[in-house]
Ligand binder design. Structure first.
Ligand code: AHG
Ligand code: MN
Ligand code: MN
Ligand code: MN
Length: 336
C-alpha cells in the first residue's frame, strides 16, 4: 500500500530532527482545507463558484469569487485548531490573530488561497501556496502583530502548494526534501506519489511573460535574447517556452522536469519590485526549489535571505535549475 500523508508526517516526527507534533497537525489541517478548495474548484459553475466579485484586494486586483471562498476555507479550517498564533493571506489586508475563543498555537501561517486567479474561469491550472513560520516566543503572552511575520524565508519551517489540475497534488517540504502527494478522491486521502523531487541542474525550458519584453531590464533582456536565439545564438542550443499564468503550475513543471521560471522586476514604475509577493508566493516556492536542489533569486539576492518589511511586499523572481538561475544572477551582477 502506498504511504499516506499522515504516515509520512508521523515518520517525519520520528526522525532525529523531529517534526514537532503541532506542526504536523497544522500541515494536516492545511492539507484538509486544500481538499475542500480542490473540490470547490472542481465543481466550478455547478456550485456557482466562478466569476468575479465587485471588490478589490489590497493588491488592487479584482477578487474572484474563488479567491474569497478559498481564503475563508483556509481561515475556518485553521483558526480553531490550536496550532496557530495568527494567519495572513493575499486576500486579507491585515493579519488575522487567532480569536480569544480558540486556543493559541506556536505557528504563523501565510497563504495565497488561489494562485493563478486569471485561470479560474477558463478551466486552467490554479493552486494554493502556503508558508509556515514559528511565532516569536513572546506571542504566547500577547496578541500577534504583523511584525511577527516579517522573518526571512530561511526561517520557514514548512512550505508547500496544492495544485488543482488534471490531478490534485500536494507538494510539501518540512526541510527534508520535497515530497508530493496525490489526492485519491474515492478514498479522500493524500497518497505519496513522489519522494525527494529534484530539479535537474541544467535545462532547455523557460517560463516568462513575453508580453512584458519591452519593459525588461538589461540582464533579463540579455538572458532571454540568448535563449530565443537558439542554436544560432551564444548558447548554441534551442530552448522551449511555457507560460501557464499560474506560478503554481509553472513551478510544478520546473520541480518535475526542470526549467527556469521568471517574473522579474522591470522598468515600469509599478514593477520596480516585481509582481509576485515575497511572503506567500516567492518565499514558499524558493524554499521548495532550494530543497529540490535549485536556486531562487530576485536577480541580486537569494530570495530566502530577504528581510521582509511588510506583509504584502513584492519581489522579482527567478527560480529553477541551478545553472540557469546562476547565469541570470551573473548577468545582473555584471549589470547586463
Ligand atoms: P494570483 O492569482 O495569486 O494573484 O497570482 C497570479 C500570479 C502568478 O500566479 C502568475 O505567475 C502571474 O501572476 C501571472 O501573471 P500574468 O497575468 O502577468 O501572466
Ligand atoms: Mn491575486
Ligand atoms: Mn499568486
Ligand atoms: Mn492569489
Amino acid at each position: 500500500m502506498k504511504k499516506s500523508l499522515t504516515q509520512f508526517l508521523v515518520e517525519q516526527q520520528r526522525l532525529e530532527n523531529a517534526l514537532p507534533a503541532q506542526l504536523r497537525l497544522l500541515i494536516e489541517v492545511v492539507a484538509r482545507a486544500c481538499k475542500v478548495i480542490g473540490h470547490t474548484v472542481n465543481k466550478g459553475a455547478i456550485t456557482g463558484s466562478l466569476g468575479s466579485l465587485d471588490q478589490i484586494n489590497v493588491q488592487g486586483e479584482v477578487q474572484k469569487r474563488l479567491d474569497v471562498v478559498s481564503n475563508d476555507i483556509l481561515l475556518d479550517a485553521n483558526e480553531w485548531g490550536g496550532n496557530l498564533a495568527a494567519l495572513a493571506s493575499e486576500e486579507m489586508e491585515a493579519i488575522h490573530p487567532i480569536p480569544h475563543r480558540f486556543p493559541k498555537g506556536e505557528y504563523l501561517l501565510v497563504y495565497d488561497p488561489i494562485d493563478g486567479s486569471s485561470n479560474i474561469d477558463v478551466n486552467g491550472v490554479v493552486g494554493t501556496i502556503f508558508s509556515v513560520l514559528k511565532a516569536p516566543d513572546s506571542v504566547a503572552g500577547r496578541e500577534a502583530v504583523e511584525a511577527d511575520f516579517l522573518q526571512p524565508g530561511t526561517q520557514q519551517v514548512a512550505a508547500g502548494y496544492a495544485i488543482y489540475g488534471p490531478q490534485t497534488l500536494l507538494v510539501l517540504s518540512v526541510g527534508t526534501g520535497v515530497h508530493a502527494f496525490s489526492l485519491d478522491r474515492e478514498m479522500g486521502s493524500w497518497v505519496q506519489t513522489a519522494d525527494n523531487m529534484t530539479i535537474p541542474r541544467s535545462t532547455r525550458e523557460f517560463a516568462i511573460n513575453m508580453a512584458n519584453q519591452r519593459h525588461w531590464e538589461a540582464p533579463v533582456r540579455r538572458y532571454i535574447d540568448e535563449l530565443v536565439a537558439g542554436k544560432e545564438g551564444a548558447r548554441a542550443q534551442d530552448f522551449n517556452m511555457r507560460w501557464m499564468a499560474s506560478m503554481v503550475g509553472d513551478v510544478h513543471r520546473v520541480l518535475t522536469r526542470g526549467g527556469v521560471f521568471m517574473y522579474p522586476t522591470d522598468t515600469r514604475p509599478n514593477m520596480q519590485n516585481g509582481k509576485l509577493r515575497l511572503m506567500y508566493e516567492a518565499n514558499p516556492m524558493a524554499f521548495l526549489v532550494e530543497q529540490a536542489g535549485g536556486m531562487a533569486t530576485d536577480g541580486k539576492r537569494r530570495i530566502l535571505e530577504i528581510q521582509p518589511d511588510s506583509l504584502h511586499q513584492r519581489v522579482g523572481v527567478v527560480l529553477g535549475s541551478a545553472e540557469e538561475v546562476a547565469r541570470v544572477a551573473d548577468y545582473y551582477a555584471g549589470s547586463a
